[in-house]
Design a protein around this ligand. Structure first.
Ligand SMILES: NC(=O)c1ccc[n+]([C@@H]2O[C@H](COP(=O)([O-])OP(=O)(O)OC[C@H]3O[C@@H](n4cnc5c(N)ncnc54)[C@H](O)[C@@H]3O)[C@@H](O)[C@H]2O)c1
Length: 190
């Protein structure tokens, strides 16, 4: 399944960075927060980052406009319905994650991947509260440019370590899911 639409739950430090990276990498991205104030704060942080990159000449104003057009903020989980991939980056609290995963499972289209950016919590447990445990994976951002893809928890769940950060070397740049081999594949252009 090709990944075109990405959802990000949580627009805090990690969720905001992930949403920024996804939009920069060409994905239609929708990021969800729990209230308007937090959403505005998260979106402002992303927009400031793009303005700063443009001011330094690292990206053009045209690119900033493109990225902004691809990024949509929402308070409504239902806006994840058409996502091919949803990345959960809410607070590191298992109760919160165990509330969110069944809700995502209910809303997001069948076959879509549900990833968690948890640092330390059990991914298998999150998969177990959904009807698609084989599509629940762990995602971990890694600043070191080391391509790592390792299994965690459920046999179908992978921990993905991103190669870099900031839009130039993105593991998700070309990302596809193989139902036959139950593998998440990705290519980087870095
Ligand atoms: N290297 C890494 O991959 C790495 C590094 C740091 C943190 N993390 C993990 O990333 C996750 C987020 O960490 P953070 O530092 O961004 O936290 P944060 O507190 O900055 O942001 C979390 C955000 O999630 C929001 N939120 C809470 N419940 C929500 C829900 N149901 N739907 C949408 N948004 C919701 C909160 O309002 C908050 O803004 C945690 O699980 C953390 O352990 C991973």
């Amino acid at each position: 399944m090709a990944i075109r639409n990405v959802g990000v739950a949580g627009c805090g430090l990690m969720g905001g960075g992930i949403a920024q990276t996804c939009a920069q990498s060409g994905y239609e991205t929708v990021v969800r927060e729990v209230n308007q104030q937090l959403l505005d704060k998260g979106m402002a942080r992303i927009n400031e980052a793009w303005d700063m990159l443009a001011a330094k000449g690292k990206i053009t104003r045209g690119q900033v406009d493109e990225y902004r057009a691809r990024l949509h903020g929402t308070l409504d989980l239902a806006d994840f319905a058409d996502c091919d991939l949803v990345i959960e980056a809410v607070i590191e609290n298992m109760e919160e994650k165990l509330r969110l995963f069944p809700a995502l499972d209910h809303i997001v289209k069948p076959g879509a991947l549900l990833l968690t950016n948890t640092s330390s919590l059990n991914v298998t447990q999150m998969g177990a509260v959904t009807k698609r445990p084989d599509k629940v994976c762990g995602l971990h951002q890694n600043r070191a440019r080391m391509p790592l893809l390792s299994k965690q928890g459920h046999p179908g769940a992978f921990l993905i370590r991103w190669l870099g950060w900031g839009g130039q070397h993105i593991a998700l740049r070309s990302c596809s899911y193989s139902h036959r081999s139950d593998e998440l594949g990705y290519r980087t252009d870095g």
